[in-house]
Structures are given as C-alpha cells and as structure tokens.
Write a protein that binds this ligand. Structure first.
Ligand code: FE2
Length: 442
C-alpha cells in the first residue's frame, strides 16, 4: 500500500482507517504492510496547559454547552462553577450533567446521551477524573448517532464521523488516564463484569485543558494510582509494536518526568504534582497513537470481575502490580528487551547487559509501588487497595475464574500491540504470577 498520487487523499484516508489502524491493533503492522509502515498520529487541535488554563473556555465558540462531570469534587472545589461562568462569558447556554460514577456503566452513557439529545449542545465539556470524561465520549457517539448500540461503539476504529452536532473539550482533574488527549474510553458492562475499551480517533477530543490547579486537589491514594497508570502508559507505548518516532519521544520524556516527580507528588510536593499533570498528558499522547499492551488487557479484565466480593481492583493499582510481571514476560522478545534497556538507560538505573537493565527496571518499579503503598500482587490487595495479609479476592475464586479472565484478556483490544502475544496457558501463568507475586520465567 503506498501513496500513488496526491489526488487520492480521500481514498487513502478511508483505506487507512479501515485497514491500517485495524492492523495496528491486531497484528504487527510492519508485517501486515509488507515492510512499509504508514501510521497516523492524532492529537487534540488545542492543548491549553498550566495553572489557570481553564480560563480558555471563554474562547470556545458555540451556543450551548453541556458540562459532564462526576460525583462532586469539581463542585466542592469551585471548578464546576468556574467552568460554567467561563462558558457563559463565551455567550453559551450551559447545562450541567453531573453524577457520573467511577467506572461508568453503559446505562449512564445511554441516559446521558438522552439528556444531550433533548438539550442539543454544540459543545460537550467533560471535566473531572477519567470516568466522567470517558462517559462523555461515549455519550457523544450516542448523541451524534442515536441508533448506535453499545456493541457498535466497541468495534475498534469503527465509529462513524463525529462533530456533526458537537465538539468536545476535556478538562482532567487527575493525572493518569490522559483521556483528555486519547482516542479511548473505558465503559463497564456490569452485567458481564467486563470493562470495554472504545477506540477511535473520532473520539480524540478537540480541545484539552490541562490545568494543574485541578490536579492539586487529588487525594494521596488517587495520586499514587493515577501516577502508576501514567508510567504504565508510557512504558507500554514505548515497547508497543505500533511505536514510532513521534510516540517514542513523548513516552521517554514522560517516563523521565514521572520517575522524577511521582513519589514527591504523592508526598505532597505541589510543584511535582503540577509537572505530573503534564507528564501524564505526554504519556497519553504517546499511547493514544502507539497503543498499549497486555498490562492493560489484564487490568481491564480483572478490574470489575471480583466486584461480587466487595471491591474493584483499581485500574492504576492493577497496572502497578502487573507491570513488573509483564516486563519479565515481554523481555523474552529481543526487540522488547532492548527497548526496556533503553528505558532503564534514560532512567539512569545502571546495568551492563539488557538482561541486567530489565532486572533493574523491574526492581525500580516494585520500589515505586512500595513508596506509594501499592501491593505487589492480587493476593495481598485489600478491598481498600492497600497491601494486606489477606486480599479481598479469595484464592479459590481467582483460580476458578482464571481461564475465563485469561481468555478475555487475550481478546482485549490492547493485546494486539503487545510485543509478545501470550497463549491461553501463558496468560493463565502470567495472571497467577500476578496473584501470588511469583517470578515470571516463561
Ligand atoms: Fe491506563
């Protein structure tokens, strides 16, 4: 496949969307394209950043804006009211849709879309943690295409053209998911106990406002989990089979920043907290275009599956626990091992051979978990997410559900860009290592 003439942009773009991106997701792109690599790199048109950046809401042009937000922290801290005032100053009629729950459900998405269909906004402004922004992205699809079902939305890179009715602005209050700049949204189907990623550059927001003032209000635990989510994004993007020069630069710089700032941010250093807000956004720019790997596949499929035992394995904590195990597994692939070595070099971890560098990287990440009070494995993951003697997931329940979880994790949209594609048996062994905190030597 090649660009044969400048007269073919439409055809090329169509081929690109239907073929190339699907290839990126589900197979090694270079092989699929016979050695020629053609990739797309998409970001929001505008990223406003720095403290006070939210004021840029005044510059949006439109007549009606709906603000989608979560449980109340944006209201308590005055940010919701401030956003509303800025939008009114821009001459817009504003409606607030609040109460989006953590790990938003399909029902929340469908109900929210109904509110949008009645109000008819031309701007959707989503503010808060990853949950309200992700929910708002899915509502946006349903608002533009009311006949679209949740199953339709889950077709990877299969979403029809948006922006016929509204544009999208995202304002994150947590420093991790980077959903303000990504082509992804995670929605939970509670009937199945599974988190589904919706993936398409159509849902990459038009405007991202990365205002550190919002991140300063994060509680300590959230700072830890979202920060480890961000470093997982950067590391998975760097070793992804869909990496490229554009994403590498962002991923490496994000890793260096997070190494320097996350623990200090967790311990209350607000300058470090401000920098983390940018670092997580850079990691998001990287993974939105380079995609992720099986740390995320496993986190998606274990997150809500033990909810009947009273808790979720929180996304960032799941990533933090699984990342060292997956690095050991992926490092059996020579290209991935070299890339982990490069990461270790940038982090100045020492080591002579790539094997040593991989070991040092794993040790360093486990040390970060200790400093952030995150357990090393599911067996010691308490219902409050802190390390405990006996975690909330009983061993026999884990083992009983293991084959199904492993199957679902292999089928997750993030698996296709992982440097090693695990078999059912390998995925089960990997998940067991994540349960018992045992070594990965396979
Ligand atoms: Fe994530």
């Amino acid at each position: 496949m090649r660009f044969s003439s400048v007269c073919e942009p439409v055809r090329t773009l169509a081929l690109f969307k239907t073929n190339v991106l699907t290839s990126i997701c589900f197979a090694n792109t270079k092989e699929r394209l016979g050695g020629m690599v053609m990739s797309r790199f998409t970001l929001p048109r505008d990223v406003y950043h720095g403290k006070g950046a939210m004021e840029n809401l005044k510059s949006l042009k439109g007549s009606k804006a709906i603000i989608v937000t979560g449980g109340g922290s944006m209201k308590r801290n005055g940010f919701l009211q401030q956003a509303q005032e800025y939008l009114e100053e821009a001459g817009m009629e504003v409606k607030v849709l609040d109460g989006v729950e953590p790990d938003p459900s399909v029902t929340t998405v469908m109900n929210g879309a109904q509110v949008m269909l009645e109000f008819e906004p031309d701007w959707i402004v989503a503010m808060g943690g990853g949950s309200p922004i992700d929910a708002a992205k899915a509502m946006w699809i349903k608002y533009e295409y009311p006949e679209c079902t949740f199953e339709d939305m889950c077709k990877v890179f299969g979403i029809p053209e948006l922006r016929k009715k509204a544009h999208f602005c995202a304002i994150p209050s947590t420093s991790g998911t980077a959903t303000e700049v990504t082509a992804f949204s995670i929605i939970t189907d509670y009937d199945k106990g599974i988190k589904y990623p919706i993936a398409d550059f159509e849902i990459t927001p038009d405007v991202a406002i990365v205002d550190a003032a919002l991140a300063e209000t994060m509680p300590q635990k959230l700072t830890a989990h979202t920060g480890m989510d961000a470093i997982t994004h950067a590391i998975e993007a760097y070793v992804s089979t869909a990496n490229c020069d554009y994403t590498d630069a962002l991923a490496i710089h994000a890793i260096e920043m997070i190494q320097g700032d996350l623990v200090n941010s967790y311990n209350g250093d607000m300058e470090a907290r401000d920098r983390m807000h940018n670092a997580q956004c850079l990691a998001g720019m990287a993974f939105s275009n380079a995609l992720l790997g099986i740390v995320h596949s496993m986190a998606h499929k274990t997150g809500a599956v033990f909810a009947d035992f009273g808790a979720h394995i929180i996304h960032g904590a799941a990533n933090a626990m699984y990342l060292p195990k997956v690095i050991a597994f992926n490092a059996k692939d020579e290209t991935a091992k070299k890339r982990y070595g490069v990461i270790a070099d940038y982090m100045k971890l020492g080591g002579e051979s790539d094997d040593e560098k991989v070991e040092l990287l794993i040790e360093y990440l486990r040390g970060m978990n200790d400093k952030l009070n995150i357990p090393h494995c599911i067996a010691s993951y308490g219902a409050d997410s802190y390390p405990t003697e006996k975690g909330f997931v009983p061993e026999e329940v884990f083992l009983e559900r293991l084959p199904e979880i492993a199957k679902n994790a292999i089928g997750d949209a993030c698996t296709g860009s992982n440097p090693r594609i695990p078999t059912q048996e390998e995925m089960e062994k990997l998940l067991k290592a994540c349960y018992y905190d045992t070594d990965v030597d396979f």
